[in-house]
Design a protein around this ligand. Structure first.
Ligand code: NAD
Ligand code: DAU
Length: 348
């Protein structure tokens, strides 16, 4: 039986991966390991929290003893590693927090896997990474799996370092591993510090929409459930030692996304057209702001048969409705209430 340790399962992407695996694979045991930082929230997993094949362990990946124990207690066969500090702006103010969780935490997890899997055959360590490791595309083209690493922010440097450690462990200790590097995700459960949920929240409450610089930076957006199905494909059919880029073939300038959100929300909220656009406020640019990311996802498309299922406008519509319908979730994650919810459910 597979007993899969999914780290960061209470976060944005992790919660969608956990839900997909718990429901789709009733014969697998899914262990969600998460220390519940500000970005982790068990309310994201309400639909599966009582499933018999689901277990939650509140553990920090910096805690080596607890990692060893969880491998042993649950006889872990495979790892899908998503736990990370994920916000670029926070990495600019506190780079060491990113070194600790993203680099040291990943090495701790690799060590736990290496010592528990005496024979690495039949086991897989899957590291979920980002397209930001490739740097910034300032003059056209796409990131492919062979684009040299050129991280530009403390966040992307920490993710690049962790990717390198995963590859080094595969080479040195013969660990089976796969890495996927994905573009910007959006959708339900994303903490409202990231561009899309931040704007939805601020439009709803008539607050300024902070656009960095001139809003001309470009990102390639993918609906989070499509990322989860890509992770499912890579986990089951990816070739050991390989990297897969995941993206939406869906590039947008930030300012165009903000306009789109304003238009859609004016419609949905019954506001006069143009009302929300007045909230747009150009602010100081992010330090070292990468200009453009764009993924060439043809390898995963051709080799594993994956492609995104949702058009952007449809995904944005669903996302706006989700945030409007989940105002309590927003209040919990942005206030101390979430701690109360956690204590009431888990008693510690
Ligand atoms: P997130 O910030 O929403 O969630 C991260 C989760 O990790 C949270 O539940 C948090 O509690 C947990 N965590 C953080 N530090 C931990 C620690 N020391 N020990 C245990 N748990 C810890 O992040 P996300 O946006 O869901 O991203 C998940 C992964 O996917 C990250 O590795 C990120 O680099 C990668 N990624 C994200 C995107 C994106 O657009 N969000 C795109 C590509 C790749
Ligand atoms: O590309 C994948 C990466 O995408 C992931 O690895 C990261 O974990 C994830 O956070 C995301 O990084 P970005 O920095 O691209 O996402 P963010 O939502 O923070 O910003 C998107 C763009 O919008 C970026 O160009 C900065 C800009 N921005 C962001 C915020 C929060 C603004 O203009 N204003 C804002 O308030």
């Amino acid at each position: 039986m597979k007993s899969i340790l999914i780290t960061g399962g209470a976060g944005f992407i992790g919660s969608h991966v956990v839900k997909l695996f718990v429901r789709k694979y009733p014969d697998y045991r899914i262990i969600n390991l998460d220390c519940l930082t500000y970005a982790g929230n068990l309310e994201n997993l309400k639909e599966v929290e009582h499933a018999s094949n689901y277990h939650f362990s509140k553990i920090n990946i910096l805690d080596e003893d607890s990692l060893r124990k969880v491998f042993n207690d649950f006889q872990i066969t495979d790892v899908i590693h998503l736990a990370a500090e994920s916000h670029v702006d926070r990495s600019i103010t506190d780079p060491l927090a990113f070194v600790r969780t993203n680099v040291i935490g990943t090495v701790n997890l690799l060590n736990a896997a290496k010592s528990f899997w005496k024979n690495p055959e039949g086991h897989l360590f899957y590291h979920v990474s980002t397209d930001e490791v490739y740097g910034s595309l300032d003059d056209g083209g796409f990131f492919t799996e062979t684009t040299p690493y050129d991280p530009q922010s403390p966040y992307s440097a920490s993710k690049a370092a962790s990717d390198h450690f995963v590859r080094a462990y595969a080479n040195t200790y013969k660990l089976n591993m796969v890495i996927s590097n994905c573009s910007n995700n959006y959708g339900p459960n994303q903490f409202p510090e990231k561009l899309i949920p931040l704007c939805i929240h601020n439009i709803k409450h008539n607050k300024p929409l902070p656009v960095y610089g001139k809003g001309e930076n470009i990102r390639d957006w993918l609906y989070v459930e499509d990322h989860a199905t890509a992770i499912d494909k890579v986990f089951h059919h990816g070739k050991s030692g390989e990297t897969y880029n995941i993206g939406g073939f869906n590039e947008w300038k930030n300012i165009d996304i903000v306009h789109l959100l304003c238009q859609k929300m004016d419609e949905i909220l019954g506001r006069e057209s143009g009302t929300s656009e007045k909230l747009i406020t150009f602010v100081k640019d992010r330090a070292g702001h990468d200009l453009r990311y764009a993924i060439d996802a043809s390898k995963i498309q051709q080799e594993l048969g994956w492609e995104p299922s949702l058009q952007f406008e449809e995904g944005i519509h669903k996302t706006i409705l989700w945030y409007l319908e989940n105002e309590t979730w927003l209040e919990h994650v942005t206030s101390g209430d979430y701690q109360k919810y956690y204590e009431a459910h888990y008693g510690h």
